[in-house]
Every structure is written in structure tokens, then in C-alpha cells.
Design a protein around this ligand. Structure first.
Ligand code: TRP
Ligand code: SF4
Length: 329
């Protein structure tokens, strides 16, 4: 093996409809950068989507297509990264089964995401075997490519920890097959929603990654600002204002000036929002164009996924061959 082997990065997202700007600055933008330097695998976790949505799968295909559109329009490049669909690579399921043999139930039951989601989704009948196994399926996703690092949000750290424990246990019992993957936390600030809470689908306070100019302008117009700045001549407090947080991400060079002008009531919120909307439109225009182009060519989307699926399969097959050998299967 060559000494300058590129590190392997892997990450996935569940398909649950169009992505918003929070997903973009929190994850996708980071992936787009990573594909320049690493050997990247990015996949659509449609089996994971089933763990909570198994009762309603009518829109699953549509969601898969939408997330692929979002990824490609934001700049993920199938020539640089392997982009694929989890359910198209059956090796994930095989590895999941084999890892299940060595994973104590208590490791899954004590997972904070498990306990928390059970509480949150109470009454939705997700107390299933599949749901309990969610983090182990994730471990299989990661280990099937022997990934070195996994870009994830803070909420996913327990799953990474479980992955490392399972890898260690496997290596201990059957011999060293898996590296222990490390998390890569993206350093971006959380983007608030237009109401100032966390940007989230369930709060209906989001701006879509694929929003048109008009949608962007309208959403920005609706954004809350410093609640104490009732009149134009009142000085504002940028540090509590969601609009300002957006400037921080999308209009960084003008940040200090905006803060100063806001504090001395030199600019009004309407004007401040107009500046932001302009920046957002500029920033998202290439993605918007790209999306239009891709939407005109549905066959191309399918081809990209087919190609990614088969490249992923090749690698996962090799890992599973090594795993079976190690386990004397
Ligand atoms: N659980 C992840 C999430 O909800 C999605 C996911 C599934 C994932 N498999 C993965 C992320 C493997 C990283 C690596 O965001
Ligand atoms: Fe927020 Fe801008 Fe208004 Fe200041 S001027 S409160 S930063 S919208």
C-alpha cells in the first residue's frame, strides 16, 4: 500500500425532504470542501430513514431524489466523491448482522440518542428492534469502508463512540481489520431559523437550500431581529439578532461595519435585511442554476447514483471478504 494513501472519509444523511440552509452550513458545505482532499464516500441513508418512518414510505423515493439534487447542486461532485444509496449496497446489511453478533444489547440501550428519541417520538411505535439497532447500522456503514474519519454533528458523537467500541471488540476477537474512526466536527456556528430558534423542518422556520430569489427575499423579510429595537432610531444589539448571525455566515467581510451601524442606529433592520437577502441570493445562485440544469435531466441523476453505487459496492465487498475470512465463515 502506498504511504500517501488518502484518508477515507464517510458520512451520510437520512432522506427526509429538501435540505435547508442549516443543513448546508452545518454539514454539506463542509463535505464539499472535504472532497477536495480526501477519498470521500457520501451516501443517502434510506434504511436509516425506515427506523422511524417505516409506516409511511410513500415519499421515500422522492426524498432520495431530492437529497441527491441538493447535494449535487451545492457542489458535491461525483468525479471527486463516491455518492451512493445505502440500500443499493447490501454489504451494509451483512456487516450489520455480523456486528450484531458481538454487540452487547446494553451498548445500544444506553445510547443517549435512543433514550431521547423514544421519549420525543412517544406514541409512534418506534420501540422496534430496527430502531434499537440504528447506531449499529451506522457503525456498519462506517466500517464497511474502513473510514478514518466521519464528519458529523455533535448529536452523532455517541454513535461514533459506539462504532469505535464495536471496531475494537471485533479487532480484539478476530484480528485487526478495522481502523477506529474519529469524528470530524465542523466548526461552523449553528444557523438559527427565521424565528430565532434552531433552524428545523419541524419548526417551519427554515430557508430551503434550493429557494428561489423571491422565496429568499420573503423569508428574510419575515426574520425576527433584536426584539428591543422597536423603532428605527433605537440602537440595536447585533449579538442577539438572527439576521446578524446570517451576516456572520454569508457576509463576513461586512460584519464589523454592520454591528457598528446597528449599535448606533445608523442602519435600519429593513435595510440590513435587504443587504442580507442580496448576499444570500448571490451565494446560492450557482446552486440554483445547477439544480435547474439537473432537474431537466432526470436520467443523469440516475446514472450518477448507479455509478456511485457500484463504486461503493466494490470497496464494501473487499471489506466483507476480509471480515468473513477473519471470522472463518
Ligand atoms: N445518523 C446520521 C444522522 O442522522 C446519518 C447516518 C447514517 C450517518 N449512517 C451514517 C452519518 C454513517 C455518518 C456515518 O445524521
Ligand atoms: Fe439585526 Fe440588522 Fe436590525 Fe441590527 S440592524 S437588529 S443586526 S437586523
Amino acid at each position: 500500500m502506498s504511504t500517501n494513501r488518502k484518508e477515507v472519509i464517510l458520512s451520510g444523511m437520512r432522506p427526509s425532504g429538501r435540505l435547508h440552509l442549516g443543513n448546508y452550513v452545518g454539514a454539506l458545505q463542509n463535505w464539499v470542501k472535504l472532497q477536495e482532499e480526501y477519498r470521500c464516500y457520501f451516501f443517502i441513508a434510506d434504511w436509516h430513514a425506515l427506523t422511524t418512518e417505516y409506516q409511511d414510505t410513500d415519499r421515500l423515493r422522492e426524498y432520495v431524489r431530492e437529497i441527491l439534487l441538493d447535494w449535487l447542486s451545492a457542489g458535491l461532485d461525483p468525479r471527486k466523491a463516491v455518492i451512493f444509496r445505502q440500500s443499493a449496497v447490501k454489504e451494509h446489511a451483512e456487516l450489520y448482522l455480523l456486528l450484531a453478533m458481538i454487540t452487547p444489547i446494553a451498548w445500544l440501550e444506553r445510547c443517549p440518542t435512543f433514550k431521547e428519541q423514544l421519549r420525543q417520538l412517544e406514541g409512534r411505535e418506534i420501540n422496534t428492534y430496527g430502531f434499537l439497532g440504528y447506531p449499529l447500522l451506522q457503525a456498519a456503514d462506517i466500517l464497511a469502508y474502513r473510514a478514518d474519519a466521519v464528519p458529523v454533528g455533535e448529536d452523532q458523537l455517541p454513535h461514533l463512540e459506539l462504532t469505535r467500541e464495536v471496531a475494537r471488540r471485533f479487532n480484539h476477537i478476530y484480528g485487526s481489520i478495522f481502523p477506529e474512526p474519529r469524528p470530524l466536527l465542523s466548526q461552523f456556528t449553528l444557523l438559527p431559523g427565521i424565528d430565532g430558534r434552531k433552524m428545523s423542518k419541524s419548526y417551519d422556520n427554515y430557508i430551503s437550500l434550493g429557494a428561489s430569489r423571491e422565496e429568499i427575499q420573503e423569508k428574510v423579510r419575515l426574520m425576527v431581529t433584536d426584539p428591543q429595537r422597536a423603532r428605527r432610531r433605537d440602537p440595536g444589539r447585533p449579538e442577539v439578532c438572527p439576521v446578524y448571525k446570517f451576516h456572520h455566515v454569508f457576509n463576513a467581510p461586512a460584519l464589523e461595519e454592520i454591528a457598528a451601524e446597528c449599535r448606533r442606529a445608523g442602519i435600519g433592520c429593513v435595510q440590513c435585511k435587504e443587504m442580507l437577502a442580496k448576499k444570500l441570493v448571490e451565494h446560492l445562485a450557482p446552486a440554483y442554476e445547477k439544480r435547474m440544469e439537473l432537474e431537466r435531466n432526470p436520467r443523469l441523476l440516475e446514472e450518477i447514483l448507479e455509478d456511485g453505487n457500484s463504486r461503493a459496492r466494490e470497496v464494501a465487498r473487499e471489506t466483507l471478504a476480509a471480515v468473513r475470512r477473519a471470522m472463518k465463515l
